[in-house]
Design a binder for this molecule. Structure first.
Ligand SMILES: Nc1ncnc2c1ncn2[C@@H]1O[C@H](COP(=O)(O)OP(=O)(O)OP(=O)(O)O)[C@@H](O)[C@H]1O
Ligand SMILES: [Mg+2]
Length: 351
């Protein structure tokens, strides 16, 4: 039998949002997952009527009429903060012998869109990771004979009877160097992540400063949550990831009249990343008002060598995903015409 403390502890650690209303629909309790989902604090909402908490009716009327359990799937729930969230929702009438608890209501909310979104991102990134590993293997195999070809061309150049023929060995050497550079990029750095305590806003400010001086036609809008604590992360890797994403956004905005990049930082609670549940994580959004990612590219965008740009090597996103995964995180994206948002999410780990 669970004691009171254990009951409370379980509720506080549930990943499902739990709300308990009295018989007049005034809120008596909300657990931390509920606070996070509805973006409210319990102090703010305890005692409030259900209609205030859920700006549109949440089938409460129906519940009262039928006095039954109501389950709604994929319910769009407008939040007080203005945004919508999508949930699976169940409402139960509580029957209890004591008057105090008779006809109270228990609401359970499970966020689905976000869950689906992250699951998709996770599956997609795992496939991309496998493709990346295969290409790395291939790149490695090509590198050795390529070194041999370059060396032989150099030797040959020194022994040619006619200096004019050197033109051809020069072509071999130049092309071998070009391939070598590409392979080095594909192989990337396999340096393991070296995390240290760091304030992510420092990195963001530095990158924005650098890029805004190069792109004065782009409006950079910073929307940072100052309460975000210092986190354990490989600072160089984080820098490279964010720089890649912002450069992509800038490239997407090249034909845009009024270009905007919005950078948002938020804390997220109860997030599953790469099959691991984390109580707290950081989400950094890089959002641009460019044309969006073509639909036929979306599935494979994190694969190496996938590019929609003339002259693009298609390695930026694949490397960024790889780097952030080394830090226990994930990159996901949402895109439509006029809005593309890449989100870098990683757990808040402290010493
Ligand atoms: N914010 C964005 N808006 C629209 N399309 C994008 C955005 N970010 C990435 N893309 C598309 O995804 C493709 C892949 O990006 P990725 O960074 O992997 O490679 P790349 O930018 O083409 O080359 P590089 O290796 O030099 O970064 C891009 O070529 C572009 O077509
Ligand atoms: Mg790129």
């Amino acid at each position: 039998m669970l004691d009171k403390l254990a009951n409370r502890w379980l509720l506080e650690n549930l990943r499902t949002a739990i709300l308990w209303f009295d018989k007049d629909f005034h809120l008596r309790y909300i657990n931390p997952a509920g606070e996070a989902l509805l973006q409210v604090s319990s102090r703010q909402v305890i005692g409030q009527h259900a209609r205030v908490i859920f700006p549109s009716t949440l089938c409460f009327e129906r519940l009262v009429q039928t006095n039954n359990t109501v389950v709604e799937y994929n319910l769009s729930l407008p939040l007080q903060a203005g945004r919508d969230t999508h949930v699976d929702c169940s409402l139960n009438t509580l029957s209890h012998p004591s008057d105090r608890y008779m006809n109270n209501y228990l609401v359970e909310l499970i966020p689905i869109e976000y869950k689906r979104h992250l699951n998709q991102a996770s599956a997609q990134s795992q496939r991309a990771h496998a493709a990346h590993d295969m290409l790395r293997g291939l790149a490695h195999e090509i590198k050795n004979p390529l070194g041999g070809i370059r060396g032989a061309a150099q030797l040959l150049a020194g022994t040619l009877p006619e200096p004019d023929l050197q033109e051809y060995t020069d072509v071999i050497i130049e092309e071998a160097d070009r391939l070598q550079n590409l392979l080095n990029q594909m192989l990337g750095s396999r340096k393991p992540a070296q995390p240290r305590l760091h304030n992510v806003h420092k990195t963001l400010c530095r990158i924005v400063q650098l890029l805004s001086s190069e792109n004065d036609n782009v409006n950079f809008i910073a929307d940072y949550d100052p309460s975000i604590p210092d986190v354990l992360i490989d600072v160089d890797q984080l820098h490279q990831v964010l720089l890649n994403l912002m450069r992509n956004a800038l490239q997407a905005l090249e034909q845009q009249q009024k270009s905007e990049i919005r950078i948002r930082t938020r804390v997220q609670t109860h997030t599953v990343l790469l099959n691991q549940a984390h109580k707290m994580s950081i989400c950094i959004d890089i959002e641009d008002n460019g044309p969006g990612i073509p639909e036929d590219m979306q599935e494979t965008i994190f694969y190496p060598m996938v590019s929609g740009r003339v002259g693009g090597s298609g390695l930026g996103l694949s490397i960024a995903q790889d780097l952030i995964q080394q830090n226990g995180g994930l990159i996901s994206f949402e895109t439509e015409s006029g809005r593309t948002c890449f989100s870098v999410i990683f757990p808040i780990l402290k010493n």
